[in-house]
Design a protein around this ligand. Structure first.
Ligand SMILES: NC(=O)c1ccc[n+]([C@@H]2O[C@H](COP(=O)([O-])OP(=O)(O)OC[C@H]3O[C@@H](n4cnc5c(N)ncnc54)[C@H](O)[C@@H]3O)[C@@H](O)[C@H]2O)c1
Length: 371
């Protein structure tokens, strides 16, 4: 199998799907790996490291033209549509529910699309999403640390326990992957941290690993409003149901917050759990509503591209290796968790969420593979 590693073209995207160590493992498993010049540069992996791992540099068009499987990070951009060819596999974050046109192109071209974000595991988790969420939570706290500084438009509070000074309060909604990432850093800086969740088991588990300066509260309107009044930073880490029309924090609730308090919306659903949230970019990360600064960057992990590439590559490599060793179809047939990520196959849409959300015809993945 020939695997192609293109350079990501999305603005501010510095990650790469496979590190040189992952490439060495793919080559040992029998793959030929082609890479586009500088595909790993933004993550600190030079071309020489890929060559030393056994990959061959090729022009972008050749990477796409010759590869059986394109191994990348972000969705397929319009500029990449024309480079795909029939029978090819793309293994990446696809997010076809948000990008139905991308799904249509993959189907038209008979491309096998396997989405990282939909591969699940035996515990109901999403192994290629979780490591990015943890990084996003940590990055969310670091953004709070930065934007609390007066020189960056904040209220000049250092989010750290300091003798003689009131300890800052950080409220985190959601005790999942990103919430735990945010809580780990916020608590290690000595802040008074409160986590709110509706899942008591998740909070019980988190209580075992987080220090005593973290309090756990049931997520309900009364507890949330009490936290809003006293918090210096609110970090939203909820997995929000995209079909919900209500909010947990309404615009009028911002009036309850302390002047200069900060909202970091890691979940970054536009007008989702936080009514006033609209996603932003690393180039222009913050805006202010009713005196409350909002940070709603939708690809926080790309700021930590080297760490993110290493964790993402480690999470997806076992599936890539299985596809190299068995072939894509057999690997999909053998592993129901990888198959859960199958979005398009031979012109059929095999991802239920995308079909339901966009009113498109759906075919069960196993049925499509066996047809
Ligand atoms: N901004 C970014 O760059 C970035 C990066 C990665 C993930 N994300 C997003 O972050 C969000 C969270 O991801 P995750 O992996 O941490 O999810 P997760 O499923 O691990 O955790 C979500 C938590 O929210 C809790 N929750 C649900 N409803 C709640 C409520 N009403 N009150 C309090 N808690 C509630 C759940 O019980 C769960 O514990 C997702 O939407 C994900 O797409 C953003």
């Amino acid at each position: 199998m020939i695997i192609g590693l293109p350079k990501e073209i999305k603005k501010n995207e510095y990650r790469v799907a496979a590190t040189p160590n992952a490439v060495a493992a793919l080559v040992r498993a029998g793959a030929e790996v082609l890479f586009e010049s500088d595909c790993g540069k933004g993550s600190g992996f030079p071309n020489e490291a890929y060559e030393a791992a056994g990959a061959k540099m090729a022009a972008r068009e050749d990477v796409y033209r010759r590869s059986d499987m394109i191994y990348k990070v972000k969705e397929i951009e319009e500029a990449e549509y024309g480079l795909l060819h029939e029978g090819q596999t793309v293994f990446t974050y696809l997010h076809t529910n948000a990008h139905p046109h991308e799904a249509e192109v993959l189907m038209e071209k008979n491309v096998t699309g396997i989405a990282y974000e939909d591969i699940d595991d035996e515990n109901g988790g999403f192994p290629a999403l979780a490591p990015m969420s943890v990084l996003a939570g940590k990055g969310g706290f670091l953004a709070a640390l930065y934007f609390s500084q007066s020189v960056h438009g904040g209220n000049g509070l250092l989010l750290n326990r300091i003798a003689g000074v009131r300890t800052p309060e950080v409220t985190i909604i959601g005790c999942g992957n990103s919430g735990l990432g945010a809580a780990e850093l916020a608590s290690s800086f000595g802040n008074k941290v409160t986590i709110l969740d509706v899942n008591f088991k998740a909070m019980e588990k988190a209580k075992q690993i987080l220090p005593p300066n973290v309090e756990f509260l049931a997520s309900n309107r009364e507890n949330l409003l009490a936290c809003l009044k006293r918090t210096d930073v609110l970090i939203n880490c909820i997995l929000w149901n995209k079909t919900r029309k209500d909010h947990l924090v309404n615009r009028e609730d911002l009036k309850l917050m302390k002047p200069g308090a900060l909202i970091v919306d890691v979940a970054c659903d536009d007008h989702g759990a936080i009514e006033t949230s609209v996603s932003t970019s690393h180039d222009d990360p913050v805006y202010t509503v009713d005196g409350i600064m909002h940070y709603v960057v939708d690809n926080i992990p790309s700021a930590f591209s080297q760490t993110a590439s290493e964790t993402l590559s480690a999470a997806t490599l076992p599936y890539a290796l299985a596809m190299v060793k068995k072939g894509v179809v057999q690997a999909l047939l053998d592993d129901k968790h990888l198959r859960r990520g199958l979005s398009t196959y031979k012109g059929k849409l095999t991802l239920l969420e995308t079909a339901e959300k966009n009113n498109m015809p759906y075919t069960d993945a196993l049925e499509a593979l066996k047809a």
